[in-house]
Ligand binder design. Structure first.
Ligand code: ADP
Ligand code: MG
Length: 325
């Protein structure tokens, strides 16, 4: 299939969002947003670094790439409306595989009424997928990492460590079977970004939010640093799924605190506004846990502390994955 037919094959015939004026088919897309703030983000995924065909079907590769993007929108309190997808395609990838990548993207896009409005298609040596997402938020309502204050409650959605557990199951087939394998594998291959929950939070006046792509220790530290505060977390309050304790305890500890890609939301909010957050969670069927609190810095250093299961207070170091190291 040539580039032109490929683009035709991914093109939508109609757009769901009324603000799309020009989608695929010209030199650039056009959309109009008179009254809101526009929120935009881009992610790049490279075969061999972010995913491998061994444990992910092409469908999952596309789905997961978009899930990561949408999670960034949720972490800003924004509603995603459109995406642009750039692909670098190696010769060894078949048209069918590539179409599957796009089915994965479109499956999740449709669920959230997001339109594919453009992209770029080129050939190269490693499959590379870059998705740009555009979203909107009420004026001045974007949720920044820098707004946490001493006294705030720290909360998290969902359960943590599941994606890493799924990855472990997929990459250590000789150690199978495990309980609830399908659940953990799905959490790895098809994570659910908290878009609906984030949209339901508009009545909260001040909230810091971050999505958990690199593990909660890392994300909490980003909020603490950006807000110039410290964060205390209780290990026994960190939510885990019901059969998570089947894994060795050292792995549980590592996965729930440092394991990335659960795409849950970590946030802070003042006590008086906590009921609004609980209400948003109820409305959107989102599991929500209070896991700690924000404090002033001691000796001018932003830190993340963990009150562990032995009631000791330890400093949590960042241990997420970093590129360019
Ligand atoms: P140009 O040469 O002007 O960059 P292209 O031939 O790259 O144009 O793209 C033509 C149209 O197809 C544009 O609207 C572009 O956004 C869209 N397009 C190209 N590749 C993709 C893709 N992978 N996904 C979605 N739209 C794409
Ligand atoms: Mg182009």
């Amino acid at each position: 299939m040539d580039e032109f037919s490929f683009i035709q094959s991914v093109q939508q015939t109609t757009y769901q969002q009324s603000n799309i004026i020009k989608g695929i088919g010209d030199d650039a897309a056009v959309f109009r947003e008179p009254a809101k703030d526009i929120v935009t983000a881009v992610d790049v995924f490279v075969e061999g670094i972010h995913f491998s065909k061994q444990i992910m079907r092409p469908f999952h590769i596309g789905y997961r790439a978009l899930a990561a993007n949408l999670s960034d929108m949720a972490a800003m309190g924004a509603t995603p409306v459109s995406i642009l997808v750039a692909v670098v395609i190696p010769k060894r990838w078949s048209t069918k595989d590539l179409e599957e990548v796009f089915s994965g993207i479109k499956f999740l896009a449709k669920k959230h009424k997001i339109d594919l409005i453009g992209g770029d298609t080129v050939s190269g040596s490693d499959l590379t997928l870059s998705i740009t997402v555009n979203g909107t938020v009420e004026r001045g309502k974007a949720c920044y990492r820098s707004t946490a204050k001493s006294g705030d409650i720290v909360f998290v959605t969902g359960s943590l460590g599941d994606s890493q557990a799924g990855f472990h199951i997929l990459t250590n087939p000789e150690t199978r079977p495990f309980q609830d394998e399908g659940f953990y594998i799905k959490r790895h291959q098809m994570p659910s970004p908290r878009v609906d929950f984030a949209k339901a939070l508009t009545s909260v006046s001040r909230m810091s939010l971050n999505d958990i792509s690199d593990g909660i220790a890392n994300e909490a530290s980003e909020i603490a640093n950006a807000s110039n505060v410290s964060i205390h977390l209780y290990e026994d309050a960190v939510p885990i799924s019901k059969s998570f304790n089947q894994f060795p305890s050292s792995l549980q500890y590592k996965w729930k605190l440092f394991g990335g890609e659960d795409f849950e939301l970590l946030g802070t909010v003042e006590e008086e506004e906590w009921p609004k957050v609980q209400y948003a969670a109820e409305q959107t069927n989102t599991k929500l846990s209070k896991i700690g609190y924000v404090t002033l810095n001691e000796d001018n250093k932003s830190r993340v502390y963990l009150i562990n299961n032995k009631k000791e207070k330890v400093i949590l170091k960042k241990e997420g994955y970093t590129h360019l190291k």
